[in-house]
Design a protein around this ligand. Structure first.
Ligand code: SAM
Length: 263
């Protein structure tokens, strides 16, 4: 596997994972609380999710939605396809994907936060979607066989990883030739200074780990994917003053992207 170095890691990886896990445990258990970022149905609809699509899955999966964009249109899922959702959270995108691929297809959601996994598994059972399963794991080394996936999706997660090169290398490893990557993520117009990238709290808030947009796309291409579409999600915004200040100063923004593993 071709591992692509994207940046030296300025934060302690264990500390980062502990903080990220703590934050998204809270999002799973207490979606009504205030965070640096927005959560829930109003956000999902503003980003482009159709109301009738959301009405078809359990409301609790939407309450704790913490994604940053809409890319299921880019993913263009077909009946029978196999989907991997990196950082599946409470499962909203996985459940929607499961409805698109139907009982002939399959969806595997990967997450490292037990409370998110418990919630997503409970909601998938409630929705009667037997074609979706959730596995505990890291997006830097997803427990999925080589060349077994048609489409990798991910929403608001890669920015949280201290090793984005490993994430993209594994995307290429698990995709079948011709397979697609459709994701939404936080990137920046200008490279962030160390005062921000060394702040594990700002990483957990989806800001400190954001890569400069061109470097992010280069990392995807160096891993072996061809990018077809990149679009900016102007409907996404941060909430806390600290996060909003970072957004203005460094051009922190949400993008959605479609890329392909050459066939
Ligand atoms: C911003 S939330 C997004 C969740 C979901 N995709 C959504 O749209 O609601 C990030 C999720 O990624 C998970 N996560 C973050 N870093 C991870 C890593 N390195 N490996 C596995 N899961 C990770 C967190 O536990 C959390 O559930």
């Amino acid at each position: 596997m071709n591992t692509v170095p994207t940046r030296t890691t300025p934060v302690d990886v264990d500390d980062l994972r502990t903080r990220v896990t703590r934050m998204y445990r809270d999002v799973a258990l207490h979606p009504e609380r205030d965070y640096h970022f927005e959560t829930g149905r109003a956000l999902a609809e503003r980003l482009g999710y159709a109301a009738d699509e959301l009405d078809a899955i359990p409301a609790a999966s939407i309450d704790s939605f913490a994604g940053v964009g809409y890319h299921l249109d880019l993913a263009d899922l077909a009946t029978g396809e196999c989907v991997l959702d990196l950082g599946s959270g409470s499962g909203m995108d996985s459940l929607l994907a499961a409805r698109h691929v139907g009982s002939a297809g399959s969806v595997v959601g990967i997450d490292m936060t037990d409370e998110q996994l418990d919630k997503s598994r409970r909601l998938a059972a409630e929705a009667g979607l037997a074609q979706v399963e959730f596995r505990r794991g890291y997006v830097e080394d997803p427990p999925v066989p080589d060349a077994s996936i048609d489409v990798v999706i991910s929403n608001g997660v890669v920015n949280l990883s201290a090793d984005k090169g490993a994430v993209f290398a594994h995307v290429v490893r698990v995709l079948r030739p011709g397979g697609r990557l459709a994701l939404s993520d936080i990137v920046t117009e200008r490279a962030l200074p160390e005062s921000v990238t060394c702040n594990a709290g700002l990483w957990a808030a989806c800001i400190g780990g954001a890569m400069q947009s061109d470097a992010y796309q280069e990392a995807i291409e160096r891993a072996g994917l061809e990018i077809d579409v990149v679009r900016r999600n102007d409907g996404y915004r941060f909430l806390s003053d600290q996060a909003v200040n970072a957004t203005t100063t460094w051009g922190v923004m949400s993008i959605s992207l479609l890329a392909r593993r050459p066939g």
